[in-house]
Write a protein that binds this ligand. Structure first.
Ligand code: C5P
Length: 305
């Protein structure tokens, strides 16, 4: 627990990372976004976002990757409190502190988690009691993945990913995540997707019924056979070294491996905690990633601690 989290009158919210078990991407829309069928699963790697009264809005961050987190108004946590303050006619004078454990710029929705966390924390701190629909609307304004960080569990995101339908999910599903050196820009990966698909009729994105059944039944082998990510080729094109990471996990006993979201984090579905530890060890020893993390999903979305 960080120093700021014990400030009297502060509120701390815990928010999970996500992995996309299916990411079906359509052609570019006139607004530059892509229609998606985006099946999200929340996994147990968490950021903790604490909001406390202050003289003016400021953001701080602690954790191994803290130096890579922007602390200005581009941080989704800052934008979240500003948006809520604006709607309720008050000043966003708070100190937002992020205890960061989710890999940064990795395709695991760490920035989105901080946006959802700060929003829920400010709502509790100020007693605004915004209806859940309004919180979800603000999340969607902040970014395509932010509503899911609030909701957690498993959900199908359509539109640009922000329109959510909660999905039944069994499990637990065991995962290993390989954290790559450096990040990948999400717009750059979508841009590469467009470049690779230039002149091709990209089909409408649809959720796979086989995948949804596997998710609901908690059958890891069936889920492994159905995992897919239409951004994987684009992420590999921009970062060819990810192919070696994917191969190491597969050789070490993963049921399936894929790029997480827009990458560069890679995700390995494994049968149990024992194999998770073996795959994580093999990934670290291989030197093809910066770190390996083990996590289980589904887990809850944003919760006030
Ligand atoms: O919604 P968000 O701000 O997270 O999106 C970041 C960028 O990712 C967008 O500016 C766009 O380039 C790309 N994107 C997209 N289609 C989506 C979601 C994101 O092209 N459905």
């Amino acid at each position: 627990m960080s120093e700021v989290a014990s400030t009297p009158g502060s509120v701390t919210v815990r928010v999970p990372a996500k992995v996309n078990v299916q990411l079906a991407v359509g052609g570019a829309r006139p607004d530059g976004f892509h229609d998606l069928a985006n099946v999200f699963l929340a996994v147990g790697l968490y950021d903790e976002v604490t909001v406390a009264p202050a003289d003016s809005l400021r953001v701080t961050c602690e954790g191994p990757d803290a130096a890579r987190v922007p602390l200005d108004r581009t941080n989704l946590a800052a934008r979240a409190v500003e948006k809520l303050a604006e709607r309720y006619g008050r000043r966003a004078d708070v100190h937002v502190h992020i205890a960061k454990d989710i890999p940064v710029a990795g395709g695991m929705a760490g920035g989105s988690a901080d946006g959802a966390g700060a929003l829920v924390a400010a709502d509790a701190l100020w007693g605004t009691r915004a209806p859940r629909e309004e919180l979800l609307e603000i999340c969607a304004e902040l970014g395509s993945d932010v509503p899911f960080s609030l909701v957690g569990g498993a959900a199908l995101g359509t539109g640009r990913g922000e329109k959510l339908e909660v999905l039944p999910v069994g499990g637990p599903f065991h995962w290993v995540f390989a954290v790559a050196d450096g990040g990948l820009s999400t717009p750059a990966v979508y841009g590469e997707f467009d470049r690779l698909n230039a002149g091709v009729e990209v089909p409408e994105p649809v959720a796979s019924p086989v995948l949804l059944d596997a998710l609901a039944s908690g059958d890891a082998s069936a889920l492994a056979g159905a995992l897919s990510n239409d951004l994987q080729a684009a992420a590999l094109s921009l970062r060819p070294s990810l192919a070696a990471t994917l191969a190491v996990g597969a050789d070490a006993g993963a049921l399936a491996s894929l790029v997480s979201g827009s990458g560069p984090t890679t995700a390995f579905l494994v049968p149990d905690a024992e194999v998770a530890a073996e795959v994580a060890d093999a990934l670290v020893v291989s030197g093809t990633c910066r770190a390996a993390r083990v996590a289980v999903g589904p887990v809850r979305g944003a919760v006030v601690l």
